[in-house]
Ligand binder design. Structure first.
Ligand SMILES: NC(=O)c1ccc[n+]([C@@H]2O[C@H](COP(=O)([O-])OP(=O)(O)OC[C@H]3O[C@@H](n4cnc5c(N)ncnc54)[C@H](O)[C@@H]3O)[C@@H](O)[C@H]2O)c1
Length: 424
């Protein structure tokens, strides 16, 4: 197929759970809407590519739509692991298309760097990277080349958080004093691929999923985190590797407010939602108290069906979240993704497409200057998380890792000329 220059081609690196659940159906819809062109997906194993390629739900929901895959399970050696399969399509991509990075947390830094060096815009799942200096390095590399890097913190696109942000920033809540957040994934995650990468030496439950609520509190309040301590006792995954499967984190903010975040991999498989999650923030103003109470799992929907589905964690009684990501029949040939999971992907892909549309026909020098001005705009607006406007997340991850690997000691974050995290 000839490349239609008006639409970015998309290469997804990482064919795992998040790609299957949220990214690929979103991309199919954007393809149907004429926003993006061809889709390619790179993984490491034939079996994973086959599962995704032949997924009955996606085939039925998006008839006739497909992707080019690396390795191609129909011809590649099923016994081999192709760690470098993404290199070929990456090399072949025309400059400044869209590369989606959906890899285990610790692989984000080296691969995003390589993608930027290949002159490609990036949409990456959170957490961006695990070290502040890496974030700065990638931000500078992207800026030099005028490349958009959007970090997919999809909770930002849940309208309840936009509402809280607007009210908080107009002073209606007063200021944050204390908060509690939780996000516990279902127990079956223990038997998934997570046991291969979410290990003590690399990452932990707080880094993997707690970062959502840290980012959200910063997104809503505009406050910066200044101190982190994370307690966890290493426990074995089913394959025997040790992981920080339960984490209890305390994040102190620049105004003295404190947020406690509990994360883990043990929400009962028979529980009625995909996980359990929510956030309560207590605030104080002049002679008054305020409150932000978000039930992010139970959203008022209770369904009970005859037979549970066949995916892990499927239940008969469901408290379905209609707001995150659903594929619905809304007319037309294919299903329509709805929810903040889709809106978040759409927002970033469109921010990338805009950088190209806005500069079409300009000289290379003018186009670069204009793309860089657009990066400034995205950084300043703070709606899409970028390496620059959300680097407090890397500092929290770094401080969190320092703390968790040192028995929960307090790690402080220093801003200014050379921001850093250090053990107190
Ligand atoms: N709520 C969220 O925002 C959310 C939810 C889930 C996952 N995530 C993030 O998405 C990322 C992936 O998570 P997941 O749930 O899909 O995990 P996963 O383990 O299901 O998938 C990771 C995939 O990456 C592939 N991979 C590893 N090395 C590769 C390489 N060299 N080339 C190509 N593919 C390679 C693996 O084969 C696997 O298919 C993580 O960073 C995670 O934190 C975010």
């Amino acid at each position: 197929m000839a490349h239609d220059k008006s639409k970015p081609q998309v290469l997804v690196i990482g064919p795992g759970m998040i790609t299957w659940l949220q990214i690929l159906p979103s991309l199919y819809h954007l393809q149907n809407q004429g926003v993006i062109g061809e889709i390619e997906i790179a993984g490491t194993r034939c079996s994973t590519m086959k599962t995704l390629f032949e997924d009955a739900g996606l085939k039925k929901g998006f008839p006739g739509q497909s992707f080019k895959m690396y390795p191609d399970f129909r011809s590649a050696d099923a016994n081999k692991t192709y760690r470098d399969a993404y290199k070929e399509p990456l090399k072949k991509l025309p400059p400044r298309q869209c590369v989606v990075v959906a890899l285990p947390d610790q692989m984000h830094y080296p691969i995003i760097k390589e993608v930027l060096e290949h002159d490609q815009h990036v949409l990456t799942v959170k957490p961006f990277v695990l070290k502040y200096n890496e974030a700065v390095e990638l931000e500078q590399l992207a800026r030099k080349k005028g490349l958009v890097v959007g970090i997919e913190y999809h909770k930002r696109f849940d309208d309840r958080n936009f509402i809280a942000r607007k009210r908080y920033r107009s002073g209606q809540f007063g200021e944050l004093k204390a908060g509690q957040a939780r996000l516990i994934e279902k127990y079956w995650y223990k038997h998934s691929n997570f046991q291969n990468w979410c290990t003590c030496d690399q990452t932990d439950a707080f880094t993997y999923i707690g970062c959502h609520y840290v980012d959200l509190v910063a997104f809503i309040t505009g406050l910066k985190p200044v101190e982190v301590s994370v307690y966890s006792k290493p426990e074995p995954w089913p394959n025997g590797r040790l992981g920080y499967l339960w984490t209890d984190a305390r994040v102190v903010w620049e105004n003295g407010g404190v947020l406690s975040v509990v994360n883990g991999f043990a929400y009962p498989d028979d529980g009625p939602g995909g996980n359990t999650q929510g956030m309560m923030l207590w605030t104080e103003g002049k002679e008054k108290a305020g409150l932000i109470d978000h039930h992010d799992q139970f959203r008022g929907v209770k369904h009970s069906i005859m037979k549970a589905g066949s995916d892990p964690g499927d239940t008969i009684y469901m408290e379905t979240n209609p707001d995150y990501f659903q594929l619905l029949e809304k007319g037309g040939r294919a299903l329509t993704p709805v929810g903040y999971g889709f809106r978040s992907i759409e927002y970033i892909v469109k921010a990338i497409a805009r950088a190209e549309h806005a500069t079409a026909g300009l000289s290379e020098k003018d186009a670069l200057a204009k793309r860089q001005a657009l990066l400034d705009e995205y950084d300043r607006e703070g709606i899409m998380a970028t390496p620059k406007n959300s680097s407090y997340n890397e500092l929290v991850v770094e401080a969190g890792r320092l703390s968790i690997t040192n028995g929960g000691r307090i790690a402080a974050i220093e801003y200014g000329e050379k921001p850093r995290a250090y053990l107190k």
